[in-house]
Design a protein around this ligand. Structure first.
Ligand code: HEM
Length: 408
């Protein structure tokens, strides 16, 4: 019983500013059975094993293993996309990847570097004349929304609608989500689906160079994605594309401001940014718990048998502080040699948008540290979002003496 209450304490909002001591307690039981019969796995080695285990499904117990779930548990009301099991998952992912990265479209993400820099510069230019901003509302939130909308070809004037829909999706990842969350989500999913369907029709008639146009017109060797699959994948991209990156940028600024020597070093040596971002993905990751999985068979792990049909939560953030895997895991150390982490998950569901999230965050943190003069936190800890699975500050107020002009 004691172990169950550790996980319940982690879910409790009061523990959001610092769940890490509780994760240490949780790791004493690598595979924990909760009172409702679901399981929480929290140590590095065990999570990696399960992420690569074909006996784990992303579907609901009743549909798991049946290939394509009829309506994903996380996304009721929306057709399936990435959150399906092989072979459908792998086919869908390959078809979308053709337009997002190597070997067919190697320049898609790197080609956005100039545009990203321009957006970031514009957002920081808007700080001019102020000495206090909210890094979340004034910077970290707008940036990924603009970027993912441009990538997919969502017209600029429609961007605000995604800010309304996105929270309804994010809250479904909260392990405590109840019927009210499901209702809000179903309504948002229906609206988003209708919106994307109309946009897809437009792109079929008049393709452009965006990802949605590519998906609805591609006739590769493996055929085309069905319209349902296009809607499922694009909605996940839109939502995953900004409810996570916002937290990485905000957690990143918070961590750097708490480690002023690291902030100074980054300002002087911007090439360090890759190491800084990788360490942030381990030390203060945006995704603390992967969306729930279901066991397709009895699975024996770390001396416990997870029975067929049981729900499984993978506590990624607890594993990334596992002393069995990392030396001094509670230390923020961008110089650590071992740069592996579970910040983007692993196995077949490894984050599809990782190259874009990395580039966005690297450019954002470089520019913020370079241009903000004498930045400092106004409140520490800041207020957090409620969600324990997608963890990050709701607001991050900082003060500074001024901003350095952008070159050119
Ligand atoms: C810092 C930002 C991000 C973080 C920390 C993050 C983290 C993750 C994690 C942990 C997973 C694995 C979930 C699981 O195993 O169930 C995942 C999957 C995914 N992510 Fe991200 N993500 C980020 C940004 C993005 C962006 C920008 C996009 C879209 C462009 C994206 C699209 C996806 C998709 C589509 C999947 C599902 C892939 C699959 O099931 O095959 N993510 N992400």
């Amino acid at each position: 019983m004691a172990e169950t209450s550790v996980f319940d304490q982690i879910l409790d909002y009061s523990r959001r500013p610092d769940p890490y001591p509780l994760y240490a307690e949780l790791r004493e039981t690598p595979v924990l059975r909760r009172e409702d019969g679901s399981y929480v796995v929290c140590t590095y080695r065990e999570i990696v094993a399960l992420l690569h285990d074909p006996r784990i499904s992303v579907g609901r117990p009743e549909e798991a293993g049946g290939g394509l779930p009829s309506a994903d548990e996380g996304l009721p009301g929306l057709p399936p996309g990435f959150r399906s099991d092989p072979p459908d998952h792998d086919r869908i992912r390959r078809l979308v990847m053709r337009h997002f990265g190597p070997p067919r479209t190697p320049g898609r993400v790197e080609g956005m570097r100039g545009e990203l820099t321009e957006i970031i510069t514009g957002l920081i230019d808007d700080f001019e004349g102020r000495n206090r901003v909210d890094i979340v509302d004034d910077f970290a939130y707008p940036l990924p929304v603009i970027v993912i909308c441009r990538l997919l070809g969502v017209p600029t004037e429609d961007e605000p609608r995604f800010r309304e829909w996105a929270p309804a999706f994010a809250e479904t990842l909260d392990p405590r989500a109840g019927d009210d969350v499901k209702r809000r989500h179903a309504a948002a999913a229906a609206e988003l689906g209708t919106y994307l369907n109309e946009l897809a029709d437009m792109r079929v008639r008049q393709p452009s160079d965006d990802l949605l146009s590519a998906l609805v017109t591609d006739d590769g060797a493996e055929g085309r994605l069905s319209r349902e699959e296009v809607l499922g994948t694009t909605s996940v991209l839109l939502i995953a594309g900004h409810e996570t990156t916002v937290n990485l940028i905000a957690n990143g600024m918070l961590t750097l401001l708490r480690h002023p020597a690291e902030l100074d070093r980054l300002r002087r040596e911007p090439d360090r940014v890759q190491s800084v971002v990788e360490e942030l993905l381990r030390y203060e990751p945006p995704v603390h718990m992967a969306p729930q999985r279901t066991a397709l068979a009895d699975i024996e792990i770390a001396g416990t048998t997870i029975p067929k049909g049981a729900h499984i939560t993978l506590a990624l953030a607890a594993a990334d502080r596992d002393p069995g895997r990392f030396v001094n895991p509670d230390r923020f150390d961008p110089d650590r040699e071992d740069k592996e982490h579970l910040g983007f998950g692993g196995g077949i569901h490894y984050c599809f948008g990782a190259p874009l999230a990395r580039l966005e965050t690297q450019l954002a943190l470089c520019e913020l540290t370079r241009r903000l003069e004498n930045p400092r936190l106004v409140t520490d800890p800041p207020p957090y979002r409620r969600n324990p699975a997608l963890r990050g500050p709701r607001h991050l107020l900082i003060e500074f003496d001024g901003i350095t002009r952008s070159p050119g």
